[in-house]
Write a protein that binds this ligand. Structure first.
Ligand SMILES: Cc1cc2nc3c(=O)[nH]c(=O)nc-3n(C[C@H](O)[C@H](O)[C@H](O)COP(=O)(O)O)c2cc1C
Length: 195
């Protein structure tokens, strides 16, 4: 693991070529350009997580990896598809696992910037899912970045066949979200150093 702030990406679907996953990876890539090291928990990793069960203390390797990454994170990027008008169960299950940090000195995402991404097949689900995701982040004491990225895959084509972003407005939003995550992290580090 390199130097620099740690930014953890969570999100995607089980679909090969998941646009949600690609968008989260794109923001993480921009964060890396700005000096971060990143870790990604995408569809395959999220699918391997058991249903979160507060009564079950045993953890799988995958669950431990996600919780440890979250504990060491300076910032997050969370991406979800809009499924039936909200955050997908796959992504919410991973988020619920952060309950394991409830008694840590730093609980949940306390003080961390959190970029949000939604991919859906219509504007209505894009908007309401983004709003739901922001509410979830607030409940985890995270700071949703001012810019949330919502992509309507019916009318927007974010990537070309090589995986490069070809939509200028999405490319701009991806860059801006990464900048906002990194500026928040650096501000937090400066405030801590000044104490
Ligand atoms: C179970 C399921 C429910 C969905 N519900 C909605 C929905 O309510 N509104 C919508 O706009 N799109 C809905 N979609 C479409 C997905 O949000 C959309 O295809 C999204 O871009 C998929 O993301 P991906 O490319 O990461 O797989 C649904 C898809 C599935 C499989």
């Amino acid at each position: 693991m390199g130097d620099g702030p740690s930014i953890v990406g969570i999100g995607g679907t089980t679909r090969p070529g998941s646009s949600t996953e690609m968008l989260v990876r794109a923001v993480l890539g921009e964060c890396e350009m700005l000096g971060a090291h990143t870790q990604m928990f995408a569809g395959a990793e999220l699918l391997a997580l058991p249903h979160y069960n507060p009564g079950e203390p045993q953890r799988t390797d995958g669950q431990r990896a996600l919780v440890e990454a979250a504990r060491g994170a300076d910032g997050f990027v969370i991406g979800t598809p809009g499924y039936h008008g909200s955050v997908s169960a796959l992504v919410k299950n991973a988020i619920d696992l952060l309950e394991d940090t409830r008694t840590d000195a730093r609980v949940y995402m306390d003080g961390c910037p959190v970029g949000q991404i939604v991919s859906a097949a219509g504007w209505q689900a894009t908007g309401v899912t983004l709003s739901a995701l922001r509410d979830i982040i607030h409940s985890l004491r995270g700071w949703p970045t001012p810019i949330g990225i919502g992509v309507n895959t019916i009318v927007q084509r974010p990537f070309d066949e090589s995986g490069a972003i070809i939509d200028e407005s999405i490319a701009g939003a991806v860059k801006l979200q990464a900048q906002q995550v990194m500026e928040h992290v650096r501000g937090t580090h400066m405030r801590r150093a000044a104490k």
